[in-house]
Write a protein that binds this ligand. Structure first.
Ligand code: C5P
Length: 306
């Protein structure tokens, strides 16, 4: 029997701006954020199978039922009343625990792969709904590019592309768990009300009129208080020419936005010598999103396996 196989690529994100508007009664926080996809990709293969399994090339990443790839597959099975399976293989490039959305991106990849592999008649809208149930950031990866996230972050609207600016990404040798950051934030915020609005939303001015006024991340103060190692790299980025630098989401990564991507190699070299235990990645803002790759070579290998 021929085994069909598909591969999806899914990008990382940074938050160009993240405003916390208040606490919600369900334990989440109401926020408004500008998501930006960046040129750093995980790849997920899915091969038809009667079982649901996941393997990964990154040591230490849980590949049991808690992994968002398998949770995405189960959510689709439930929605469609199917007990079809798939064997997944995940090639990780997006650091884990970096605030770059890697787990959420992988979940989005699983959803679009399985819709095709299992020939499901499920609309984009339904897929977005399932994505939102899996995690607050997952729907963004179905839209990609530059987008506004509201609610928990799961209500996503595309924005005009911010522009192919250079993004220098600094990844410390430790990750930060998102729930921990929100728990620390919660301890600081006033008790929840039905309509608590701690701040008014101020978005970045977005292109055509490229505006590089600094973004804001309301989680940053909490992150820097708990993980002060991030303070110096943020200021080094600005010193090396970043228009602004921010913690991405709940950390642990930081990034600098460089209007001229050509200036990245020099800045990266400086940052590598100043913070040698960190990984510095030269990347850029992209318009792309999670997508299935047309890969004749991969398809052949899939057939051989069958
Ligand atoms: O939605 P997701 O599972 O990615 O969220 C992880 C955790 O981050 C939640 O359990 C919650 O503690 C926190 N969170 C939050 N408000 C949001 C998004 C996430 O409090 N808008």
């Amino acid at each position: 029997m021929r085994q069909r196989r598909r591969t999806a690529r899914t990008p990382a994100k940074v938050n160009l701006s993240l405003r916390i508007l208040g606490r919600r009664d369900d334990g989440y926080h109401e926020l408004e954020t500008v998501f930006q996809a960046i040129d750093l990709w995980d790849e997920l293969d899915a091969t038809e199978s009667d079982r649901l399994t996941l393997r990964c090339d990154a040591a230490g990443l849980p590949v049991d039922g808690t992994n968002l790839v398998l949770r995405a597959a189960r959510a689709l099975q439930d929605r469609c009343g199917r007990d079809a399976g798939a064997e997944f293989f995940l090639r990780k490039s997006i650091p884990v625990g970096g605030g770059l959305g890697g787990g959420s991106a992988d979940a989005a990849a699983a959803l679009i792969l399985l819709r095709e592999l299992w020939s499901l008649t499920i609309s984009d809208r339904e897929l977005v709904e399932i994505a939102g149930g899996l995690g607050s950031d997952v729907p963004f990866f179905l839209t990609g590019g530059t987008a506004l996230g509201a609610g928990r972050g799961e209500r996503v609207e595309p924005l005009p592309f911010y522009g192919a600016v250079g993004i220098l990404l600094g990844i410390p040798p430790f990750g930060i768990a998102t729930p921990e950051v929100y728990a620390r934030l919660r301890a600081r915020l006033t008790p929840p009300g039905n309509d608590v609005r701690l701040r008014r939303f101020v978005t970045l001015k977005l292109p055509g009129g490229k505006d590089f006024s600094p973004g804001v991340n309301d989680l940053e103060a909490v992150v820097l208080e708990g993980w002060p190692e991030l303070v110096a790299p943020l200021s080094f980025l600005r010193k090396e020419g970043a228009a602004f630098s921010l913690v991405s989401g709940s950390g642990s990564s930081v990034f600098g936005v460089f209007e001229d991507p050509g200036s990245l190699p020099q800045a990266a070299a400086k940052l590598r010598s100043k913070c040698p235990t960190w990984t510095w990645l030269e990347t850029r803002a992209i318009e792309g999103r999670t997508h299935i790759v047309e890969s004749p070579a991969g398809a052949m290998r899939g057939r051989e396996g069958g």
